[in-house]
Ligand binder design. Sequence first.
Ligand SMILES: Cc1cc2nc3c(=O)[nH]c(=O)nc-3n(C[C@H](O)[C@H](O)[C@H](O)COP(=O)(O)O)c2cc1C
Length: 321
Amino acid sequence: MKIFLAPMVGRTDKYFRRLVRIISSNIIMFTEMITVDSLIRGNIRNYTVDKSEHPVVAQIAGNDSKKFAECAEILTTSDFDEINLNIGCPSAKVVKGGFGACQIVDPYSVAKFVESIKSSTDLPVSIKTRLGLGFDQSLEDIKKFIKLTSEAGCKTFYIHARNAILNGLSTRKNRSVPPLRYDDVMKLKEIYPHLDIYINGGIVDLEDLKKLLKIYGGVMLGRKIYDDPMFLNDIEKNIYSSNSKLSTYDIICRYIDQLDEEDSHNKLYALKHLVNLYKGTCYAKKWRKFLHSMINSDQPIQNIKNFDYRSNNEKREINCS
Ligand SMILES: Cc1cc2nc3c(=O)[nH]c(=O)nc-3n(C[C@H](O)[C@H](O)[C@H](O)COP(=O)(O)O)c2cc1C
């Protein structure tokens, strides 16, 4: 059973991935999306893989076969485990560039990109996409898309179970306004039983996650993990039967100990993803305030360990009154 950390720009950078890997050894992580142009220009700072990070999937976006092939070589050398094409981003900027969700209705080009990547690497190629475009809930476009791109060699699809609405809806609203349609992802699975079709979108509850894992074999979560990283601890214990005894404080210490000199000059980036660690406990507010003051102070990063906590009493959803 596979659980994936969804790609999230501004969130699933190397720092957040490092934190996630401390809490969960089982989750498969995605990078933030990077465009092929940006990757080729050498903007790979956040696209290198720590040894401890695997398995990690690089997500790229673009509309040029040659550039995809070039990126495939770069990502293979950088030691990623899979290359994922973003065919689901609804952002106006991305669509203006001719890539992202608008490519759902251009399956012949995307099939060429898949072939081009496959000619440059032995890494598996996958696609993250949505169920369709606009308000049309017919599955004809996505069926054709999956047929052609799978024939070109893509065997794994991560489906955000809603449409993308490209005109008049912000990127953020595109993650909540178009209705979730898990049943339609199921239909795609039934049509293409030989492919791995994994589900994504709106999953925030452990029991729902368990049910969906049984049906789909793989589930991708984004916001829930960012907003409450210790949910990964629940996943590890309840789904993978891990017996990690790390408290939230232990996780913070381990994270801080992994930071180097350069990271400590990059304090905001290195620390900001820790903000939700105490979510659901009575330390949440105190921790956020403390972290904020540390980020804005000249104190050494190691002083984060001075956070006044009571690890033995630390429980999720403590009633503090
Ligand atoms: C801040 C943010 C940035 C995102 N960036 C990307 C991205 O780079 N690539 C992508 O395919 N999806 C991106 N997404 C969409 C997520 O991967 C995911 O499909 C979406 O949030 C639905 O899953 P969730 O309900 O579990 O969060 C982003 C989502 C958020 C909240």
